[in-house]
Design a protein around this ligand. Structure first.
Ligand code: PEP
Length: 250
């Protein structure tokens, strides 16, 4: 089954009304192939404005959400609120959430399940640290993170899940994984899905690569068989470069 290439832009905690206007204008005026899906993830305070301003084919994602629909969870963002704002995606399990906010594999799994139950599509992140890679533990770590998510989902739920493989050592460091390193990890992840969920889910689930993707590295990375798109951080804040990345696949 053909998997539609997806390029996501994770703006993290960056931006201002002015930058939002610039980035949205570039996407509204820019061109890329209908074979490429674009999803942008602005910080929470800008979600509603971005959803209202950006053209409708561009998906808008939150960068986080909580496990409950409403209640006494000061500072949190609920799945119901995202739906109320017509937000259709959420990024969960980003390594910054895992390392800075100590989100456990189990909590990430619960958040993913809550988001899917609320009819949100999820970009679920996984990835090993440099020390874990050096210790030969890449697959052990990534499989553990994905299992914690898969444990919470039915096979049908996977239609709303995109996995982002983001090695922590490549995020925001300028040290991009080689196409071979990324392909190898993606193939392992697809193999894990085939073995532990189903062959159909493994064939259909998109696996994005994230970690210092740039207009320079994207063309070679996108050639790999199991790379179905990118999750882009820093370069998604540069209007021209993000459009170049969107255009690396026709
Ligand atoms: C990210 O935050 O998901 C990311 C991949 O960041 P960067 O592209 O800046 O490494």
């Amino acid at each position: 089954m053909a998997r539609k290439f997806l390029v996501g832009g994770n703006w993290k905690m960056n931006g201002s009304k002015q930058l939002v206007d610039t980035l949205v204008k570039a996407l509204n005026e820019g061109k890329w192939s209908p074979n490429v899906e674009c999803v942008i993830a602005p910080p929470a305070p800008y979600l509603a404005a971005v959803r209202a301003a950006v053209r409708k084919e561009v998906g808008v994602a939150a960068q986080n959400c909580w496990t409950e629909g409403k209640g006494a969870f000061t500072g949190e963002i609920s799945t119901e609120m995202l739906k109320d704002l017509n937000i259709d995606w959420v990024i969960l399990g980003h390594s910054e959430r895992r390392s800075i906010y100590k989100e456990s594999d189990e909590l990430v799994g619960k958040k993913v399940a809550a988001a899917v139950k609320a009819d949100l599509k999820v970009i679920a992140c996984c990835g090993e640290s440099e020390g874990e890679r050096d210790a030969g533990k890449t697959t052990e770590v990534v499989f553990r993170q994905i299992k914690a998510i898969a444990d919470q989902l039915s096979a049908a739920d996977w239609a709303n899940i995109v996995i982002a493989y983001e090695p922590v050592w490549a995020i925001g460091t300028g040290k991009v994984a080689t196409p071979q390193q990324a392909q190898e990890a993606h193939k392992e992840i697809r193999g894990w899905l085939a073995k532990n969920v189903s062959k159909d889910v493994a064939d259909a689930t998109r696996i994005l690569y994230g970690g210092s993707v740039s207009a320079k590295s994207a063309p070679d990375l996108q050639k790999e068989e199991d790379i179905d798109g990118f999750l882009v951080g820093g370069a998604s804040l540069k209007d021209k470069e993000f459009l170049e990345i969107l255009n690396c696949r026709q």
